[in-house]
Design a binder for this molecule. Structure first.
Ligand code: PMT
Length: 223
């Protein structure tokens, strides 16, 4: 028998956007479709892992034999990520988490007033992947970096700042890749490695990423 790269491993993957409510009918969010995270979940499953997908609101189907926890806000995504984390071997953060949320959620629909300019007060959300990476008995932790310039330099900075094992950098300003497209092109950055994976379908890219991440994880487990 060929041993699968992630057999016996438990993998958590965050995917999709978060929604930060302003009032009962409005929210702040972004264009993440969940395609990248869902493709990673299917690829990790095919590599033999037990997979828990922690997903913001998206309109794509959950892959077979993948457990999915549906969440809306960053706080809910954090709570779901910490649940059972002691049993998690590999955490991959592909979600586009809102960095800020409204300071308070209005109980009733906010009415249009006479003023031309409306001010919103926002407060920083918890950083999910950084919280996971600094937890006790942390899993091997992989982040994504959505950048529009100096992609590798900013990714290296995020890798160090969030104490990640690896980071997958994508240029979200390039047409046809990144948010909501079927394809992506990334650079996998480690503490002393940089590898570019050229543009291809997210499913194909997810398999390439899972193979490489598993190799790094299994190397680390040996040392
Ligand atoms: O969903 P798709 O349409 O397929 O698009 C895929 C994608 C472009 C969303 C994906 O490839 C991607 O880049 N995901 C990360 C997007 C992002 O929010 O990047 P960031 O550079 O702002 O965040 C860096 C890392 O910290 C990410 O792993 C993010 O999940 C994590 N983070 C950020 C903020 C926060 N409060 N908590 C977090 O865990």
């Amino acid at each position: 028998f060929e041993t699968l790269a992630l057999s016996g491993r438990t993998v958590y993957i965050t995917a999709g956007p978060t929604r930060e409510a302003l009032d009962p009918v409005r929210y702040i969010s972004n264009h993440s479709s969940g395609k990248m995270g869902y493709a990673l979940a299917a690829a990790a499953r095919d590599a033999g892992a037990r997979v828990r997908l922690i997903s913001g609101p998206v309109s794509i189907a959950v892959p077979d034999r993948v457990q999915c926890v549906q969440v809306e806000s960053a706080q809910q995504m954090l709570d779901a990520s910490l649940e059972g984390l002691a049993d998690c071997d590999l955490f991959i953060a592909a979600a586009a988490v809102a960095d800020y949320r409204p300071v308070s959620v209005a109980e009733h629909k906010i009415k249009k007033g006479s003023e031309e300019i409306m001010e919103l007060h926002l407060v920083k959300n918890p950083d999910i992947v950084a919280t996971v990476a600094s937890s006790k008995n942390r899993p091997f932790t992989v982040g994504f970096a959505a950048e529009t310039r100096d992609v590798v330099a900013y990714a290296q900075d995020k890798l160090a700042r969030k104490r990640l094992d690896l980071i997958v950098a994508n240029d979200v300003s390039a047409p046809g890749i990144g948010f909501n497209s079927d394809e992506n092109a990334v650079t996998l950055v480690g503490p002393d490695s940089v590898e570019s994976l050229p543009q291809t379908h997210k499913q194909q890219l997810a398999r390439q990423l899972i193979n490489r991440i598993a190799r790094h994880l299994n190397e680390q487990a040996k040392t």
